[in-house]
Design a protein around this ligand. Structure first.
Ligand SMILES: C[S@@+](CC[C@H](N)C(=O)[O-])C[C@H]1O[C@@H](n2cnc3c(N)ncnc32)[C@H](O)[C@@H]1O
Length: 263
C-alpha cells in the first residue's frame, strides 16, 4: 500500500507509520500495524527514552484532568486524543462532564466511536487541530461554548510545523472559548536531552513524519501569554506529581507540560 494521500477516504493509511499508532505501540496497545511498530522500534533504537516519555505524558494528562475537574471544569475538548486508553478523559472527569474527543486519524476515530457509542455526554470527532473553527463548530454540538471548556492538546503540537504556527492555532481556539477556560499543552522538548531528542527528530524526518521537539521558550509561546497555573511549564513528571512520579529520571522524560487559564 502506498502513501494514503493518493487515495480517498476508505484507505486507512496502513502502509505507513502514523503518530497515534506509534504512540499506541509505545504504550503497549494493540492498535498498530507493521509500519507503526517498525517506526516505533527505530525511534526506540535512536532514543530509548521514548517509551518513558509516552507513559509519563499519559500520566500527566490524567493528573491535569483530575486537577481541572477538581477546579470545577465540566467540559473537555481533547484534540489529538489518540486511541482510547484507560483511564480516559471522560472516566476521570466524572459522569456529569461532557467530553469531545478529536483526532485526525480515521482508525483512532473508528475505535473511539465503537467504544463510546453509548456513552452519554461523550463524542468522538474526526478533525484537524489546525482547523480550529471547524473543530469548534462540531464540538459545539455537544459542548456549551458559552461556558468554560478545558482544551487539551497533549503531545500533539510537535506534530505541527513552525510554518503551520502552533501558537497561532491555539490562540484561535482560546479566543473563541469563554473566560474561565483552560489550555493544557504538552510537547517534546529539544533542550533537556538535546542529543536524544535530535536523534529522534532525525528518525522521524527519515520516516517522513513530523516530529519537532522544541525549546522551553518555544513551548511556552504556545500558551500565547495566558496565565499559567502553578508550577508553570515544566517537565511533565514535575506537574503536580503524585507517587508514581517519584524516582522518575528527568533526563529521560524530555517533554514539557503546563496548563493555563483564560481569565
Ligand atoms: C502522541 S498521540 C497523543 C495522544 C494523547 N493526546 C495523549 O497525550 O496521550 C498524538 C495524537 O495526535 C493526533 N494528531 C496528530 N496531528 C493531529 C492534527 N493535526 N489534528 C488532530 N489530531 C492530530 C495523532 O493522530 C495522535 O492520535
Amino acid at each position: 500500500m502506498s502513501d494514503d494521500s493518493q487515495h480517498s477516504a476508505p484507505d486507512l493509511g496502513m502502509g505507513r507509520p502514523h503518530p497515534a499508532r506509534i504512540y499506541d505501540y509505545l504504550l503497549g496497545g494493540k492498535d498498530n500495524f507493521p509500519p507503526d511498530r517498525a517506526a516505533a522500534e527505530q525511534g526506540l533504537a535512536a532514543a530509548p527514552d521514548v517509551r518513558d516519555i509516552a507513559l509519563a505524558n499519559r500520566r500527566f494528562l490524567v493528573r491535569v484532568v483530575r486537577h481541572l475537574a477538581g477546579l470545577g471544569v465540566r467540559q473537555f475538548l481533547d484534540v489529538g486524543t489518540g486511541f482510547p486508553t484507560s483511564p480516559n478523559v471522560h472516566e476521570i472527569a466524572g459522569e456529569d462532564s461532557r467530553v469531545v474527543y478529536v483526532d485526525i486519524d480515521p482508525v483512532v476515530v473508528n475505535h473511539g466511536r465503537a467504544l463510546l457509542a453509548k456513552r452519554a455526554g461523550v463524542r468522538m470527532l474526526e478533525g484537524d487541530l489546525r482547523e480550529p473553527e471547524a473543530v469548534l463548530a462540531e464540538a459545539g454540538e455537544l459542548l456549551d461554548l458559552g461556558e468554560p471548556v478545558a482544551l487539551l492538546v497533549v503531545s500533539v503540537t510537535h506534530n505541527v510545523t513552525d510554518a503551520e504556527d502552533p501558537a497561532g492555532i491555539l490562540a484561535r481556539y482560546m479566543k473563541a472559548l469563554a473566560p474561565g477556560s483552560y489550555l493544557a499543552v504538552s510537547q517534546m522538548a529539544s533542550d533537556v536531552s538535546p542529543e536524544r531528542s535530535a536523534a529522534l527528530a532525525d528518525v522521524a524526518a527519515r520516516q517522513r513524519t513530523t516530529l519537532l521537539p522544541r525549546t522551553h521558550a518555544e513551548v511556552l509561546s504556545q500558551f500565547g501569554g495566558l496565565e499559567l497555573l502553578e508550577p508553570g511549564l515544566v517537565q511533565v513528571p514535575l506537574w503536580h506529581p503524585d507517587e508514581q512520579e517519584k524516582g522518575v529520571d528527568l533526563s529521560r522524560v524530555w517533554t514539557y507540560g503546563g496548563v493555563a487559564l483564560k481569565a
